[in-house]
Design a protein. Structure first.
Length: 231
């Protein structure tokens, strides 16, 4: 057997020679705020029966929904401070800590900003425009991302009840292993009450073909080593 073949197979797998990796979305298990209470309670379900409803009755399921699918979800336009369909509306809180009971290997986060259309006519842009993000991972290591910008959506001179807010994506730049907490602090933006509708994180997951290449390469390496030992 050509000794270079198994090594080649492993390299192809590790460098992404198979299909492009998919990304699975996860929801936090709990949340805590620092510096003030929130207007809406935490709910680890996004979609029907959860904190908000997504277009077309879609439901975001932790560990099942893909990133590509989640990015097509838009929150329904009629977001009001009196509705029980929001996640964070608060005039003054210092930080929001999302916790994960099971440590996750994560690549980034999704945030659906908050805009308010009250009584169909009075429009208030409540979403955050900037935040510091701190990620606790690998048994206590800290990764910080300062002054992360978020778009206020939708942006229109004449807002209507037909408008929706799409997901905003922030990628960490490189995967972070064993994430147990994501914190948003130094929150800026919003008029008076401010916040966002929903929050989720995502993790790249190798396609089955990539696993197959890695397995084939490892098996071929093991066979090659065994044959050399017999010589």
């Amino acid at each position: 057997m050509n000794s270079k073949l198994p090594l080649f197979l492993l390299c192809v797998a590790l460098l992404g020679g198979g299909s492009a990796d998919a990304s699975v979305v996860y929801l936090p298990d709990s949340v805590a705020t620092v510096g003030g209470a929130v207007d809406q309670s935490f709910d680890a379900i996004l979609g029907a029966g959860g904190a908000i409803n997504f277009a077309s009755g879609a439901v975001l399921t932790s560990g099942v929904t893909t990133l590509e699918e989640a990015l097509t979800f838009t929150q329904l336009a009629q977001g009001q401070a009196t509705d029980a369909n929001g996640r964070f509306y608060q005039n003054n809180f210092g930080a929001v800590n999302y916790a994960f009971t099971t440590a996750r290997d994560l690549d980034g986060l999704l945030l659906w900003n908050y805009h308010e259309l009250y009584a169909g006519t009075l429009y208030n842009e409540r979403g955050i425009t900037r935040a510091d993000i701190t990620v606790t991972y690998a048994g206590g290591q800290i990764a910080t991302f300062d002054n992360v910008s978020f778009a206020l959506t939708p942006e229109s001179a004449v807002p209507t009840s037909a408008q929706t807010s799409p997901a905003l994506q922030f990628d960490f730049g490189s995967p972070l292993a064993g994430v147990t907490q994501v914190t948003l602090s130094d929150l800026q933006g919003g008029a008076g009450w401010r916040g966002w509708k929903e929050f989720a994180v995502y993790s790249a997951v190798p396609e089955p073909s990539t696993y197959g290449l890695m397995g084939a390469g490892a098996l071929a390496l093991a066979i090659g080593v065994r044959r050399r030992r017999r010589r």
